[in-house]
Ligand binder design. Structure first.
Ligand code: HEC
Ligand code: HEC
Length: 199
């Protein structure tokens, strides 16, 4: 991948991303909806702040037409994962993502987040100072624009993310029968035995 020009102004960057945006939607390959990061260095272990990003799937970047629920969260398995819960009754989808920075990762400023595997993927930017995320999600013929905030509307904590993927209705990875069951009454106990990021 070509290294970005460090002297590039923010305005040029914005213009470039608008051009990429304009072309991104009309490629014949659905995967071109997802925009590869310009940042070159994968952030090992993910970002520092482990609070999950919760938000919505929308049919366009600005419209409020709601297509479902979105989450970006760390998993006790060591990955950061995206979870898509579409409104249309289709199954939940989740997959691991990678953060990218230019040079050494800093826990402030913007960091890119990206994944693409066949026709399933995500691309976006996290503003670590504002605690906001915007991006695009793809799953087969499903395409959505994403906007999310750290903690979401309800100040969600890492353990709320564990519960959304591992417990409750139709979990993406149900806990096995042999797993301890004290979480039934107190779901927040996950982090007594597991870490939020597998470290
Ligand atoms: C977006 C969904 C998602 C979230 C959020 C999530 N997990 Fe997971 N978790 C998974 C999936 C999928 C796997 C299976 C990964 C695999 O086998 O590659 C997994 C695996 C695990 C494992 C098994 C690791 C191993 O090496 O066998 C543990 C433990 C775990 N998760 C704990 C947690 C805890 C604790 C949290 C909250 C901090 C959490 N997860 C949040 C989806 C999620
Ligand atoms: C009392 C301790 C304890 C608590 C509380 C606990 N776990 Fe576990 N969990 C374990 C142990 C022990 C294992 C098996 C060893 C391992 O994989 O780390 C395990 C395994 C797992 C696995 C891997 C299952 C597999 O198929 O390999 C997942 C996922 C998981 N826990 C998620 C959770 C979540 C989510 C919570 C909170 C709702 C939770 N755990 C609460 C002790 C605990």
């Amino acid at each position: 991948m070509k290294r970005p020009n460090p002297g590039m102004t923010l305005l040029k960057r914005r213009l470039l991303s608008m051009i990429l945006f304009a072309f991104g939607g009309c490629g014949t390959d659905p995967a071109s909806f997802i925009v590869a990061p310009r940042e070159t260095d994968a952030v090992s272990g993910g970002i520092t702040n482990l609070q999950p990003y919760m938000g919505r799937l929308q049919s366009s970047a600005n419209a409020s037409s709601d297509m479902g629920q979105f989450m970006l969260a760390s998993c006790g398995c060591g990955d950061w994962r995206v979870l898509l819960i579409p409104n249309d009754g289709n199954a939940k989808t989740q997959f691991p993502v990678t953060f990218y920075s230019n040079g050494d990762y800093q826990p402030t400023g913007e960091v890119a987040v990206y994944a693409l595997d066949g026709q399933t993927g995500f691309s976006g930017m996290v503003d670590q100072d504002a605690g906001t995320l915007s991006g695009r999600a793809l799953n087969g013929s499903f395409r959505a624009f994403v906007s999310a905030t750290r903690g979401g509307d309800v100040h969600a904590q890492p353990v709320d993310a564990c519960v959304l993927c591992h417990l409750g209705d139709d979990p993406v990875l149900p806990l096995p029968d042999w797993h301890v069951t004290n979480y039934y009454d107190y779901p927040e106990v996950c982090l007594h035995c597991h870490s939020a990021n597998g470290q």
